[in-house]
Write a protein that binds this ligand. Structure first.
Ligand code: NAP
Length: 310
C-alpha cells in the first residue's frame, strides 16, 4: 500500500481529502491518504504546503517525492532535507483563476474603467474613447504555466502581447529573453504583468533603472511575487508621474501591514493575494497523476529545478 501524507493546514484536510481519494480511485491507485503519522519512514509521498506541519523531511527515509500544493516554491526549494524530486503545482483550476484575474485587471486599465466607476457625479465624460485591444501593448514577464496561458488569452482578445522568459521561446507573439530582451519588452509595455517566480535572479527585476524603461503612464500588474519589485522605486515612479498605476496582489510582507504606503496611495490597487488559488478538484488530479507516474516507474512531471530555484 502506498502512503501519502497530507501536510497542509488542518482546515484544508477537509477540502482536499475527498477529491484526492476520488482521483486516486479513478486511476486505480491504492493509496492510504493520512494527515498525520507516527511512522515517517513508511511515507511514500508528501503532499506539501508551506502552511503545513512538515519542514524537516529527514525522518521520511523512504520518500519518493514531495508534491507541492503551491505553484510558488520559494519557501521550500532551498530545503536541504529534501533529497527526492520536488514537484510544483500546475493546476488547470489555478491557471483558470489567474487568467480571469489578469484579464479583469488588464481590461480595467485598458478601458479606463475607473473614470466612470469612481465618478458618478452627473458629468458626461465622453471625451476619451478607449483604443481597441490591438492598439494596446501588454507585456508579460514570465511565460510559464500561468504567464503563457494568460498571454495567449489576452492575445486572443486582440491585445498586442509580448513575453519575456529565461529561455528563448517560439510563440505566436513576440518573445524576449536576457537583459537586452528585458529592456525591449519593458520599452513596449503599456501594461506589464509579472508572473515570474521568486528566485535570486528575479528579485527586484523592477527597480529604479528598469521602471524608467517603461513608457510614461504604464501600468504594472503584479500577481507573481512581492520580491519582484523594489517597493521604494515603484512608489517613486508612481509619485513622479512616470507610472500610471500599480495593481498589486503579492507583497514582501503578507498580510500587507495597515501602515504600508501602498494602502493609501491613489495610484495603487491592493488585492490580498487572491489572484488565484489551487483548486482541490483539479489539483487532486495533478497530484494523483504524479503519484501514478511514480508508482509506474515513470519520471515525475512539474519537477522543480533546484539550481534555478523554480
Ligand atoms: P512557471 O511555470 O515556473 O513559470 C515561470 C516563468 O518565469 C517561466 O516562463 C520562466 O522562464 C520565467 N523565469 C524564471 N526565472 C526567470 C529569469 N531569471 N528571467 C526571466 N524569466 C524567468 O511558474 P507559473 O506556474 O507560471 O507561476 C509563476 C508564479 O506565479 C509562481 O512562481 C508564483 O510565485 C506566482 N503565483 C501567484 C499566485 C497568486 O495568487 N498571486 C498564484 C499562483 C502562482 P522559462 O520558461 O524559460 O523557464
Amino acid at each position: 500500500m502506498t502512503i501519502a501524507l497530507f501536510a497542509d493546514r488542518a482546515e484544508n484536510w477537509q477540502r482536499y481529502r475527498a477529491p484526492l481519494e476520488r482521483a486516486f480511485a479513478e486511476r486505480g491507485l491504492e493509496v492510504d491518504l493520512v494527515n498525520d503519522t507516527d511512522a515517517p519512514e513508511t511515507v511514500d509521498y508528501i503532499i506539501y504546503s508551506p502552511m503545513g506541519p512538515v519542514q524537516d523531511f529527514a525522518p521520511f527515509t523512504n520518500l519518493k517525492a514531495v508534491l507541492s500544493l503551491w505553484a510558488g516554491v520559494e519557501r521550500i526549494e532551498g530545503n536541504e532535507t529534501i533529497k527526492v524530486p520536488l514537484c510544483r503545482m500546475v493546476d488547470e483550476g489555478l491557471t483558470g483563476g489567474m487568467v480571469e484575474w489578469v484579464s479583469g485587471h488588464v481590461l480595467r486599465h485598458h478601458l479606463g474603467m475607473d473614470v466612470h466607476i469612481c465618478h458618478q457625479d452627473g458629468v458626461w465624460r465622453n471625451g476619451i474613447v478607449p483604443p481597441l485591444a490591438r492598439d494596446r501593448k501588454v507585456g508579460f514577464l514570465g511565460l510559464g504555466a500561468l504567464g503563457a496561458v494568460c498571454a495567449r488569452v489576452l492575445a486572443g482578445l486582440g491585445f498586442d502581447v509580448a513575453g519575456w522568459s529565461r529561455s528563448a521561446k517560439d510563440m505566436e507573439f513576440p518573445t524576449f529573453s536576457g537583459a537586452a530582451g528585458l529592456r525591449e519588452i519593458l520599452g513596449r509595455s503599456e501594461i506589464l504583468v509579472l508572473l515570474l517566480p521568486d528566485t535570486a535572479a528575479t528579485r527586484n527585476v523592477l527597480n529604479n533603472e528598469t521602471l524608467a524603461v517603461l513608457p510614461k503612464g504604464a501600468v504594472v500588474i503584479n500577481p507573481g511575487r512581492g520580491t519582484l519589485i523594489d517597493d521604494d522605486a515603484l512608489l517613486a515612479a508612481l509619485d513622479s508621474g512616470h507610472l500610471g498605476h500599480a495593481t498589486l496582489d503579492v507583497f514582501r510582507q503578507e498580510p500587507l501591514p495597515p501602515e504600508h504606503p501602498f494602502w493609501a496611495h491613489p495610484k495603487v490597487t491592493v488585492t490580498p493575494h487572491i489572484a488565484s488559488e489551487t483548486r482541490p478538484e483539479s489539483a487532486a488530479r495533478t497530484i494523483a497523476d504524479n503519484i501514478a507516474r511514480g508508482e509506474a516507474g515513470q519520471p515525475f512531471v512539474h519537477v522543480v529545478d533546484r539550481k534555478a530555484g523554480y
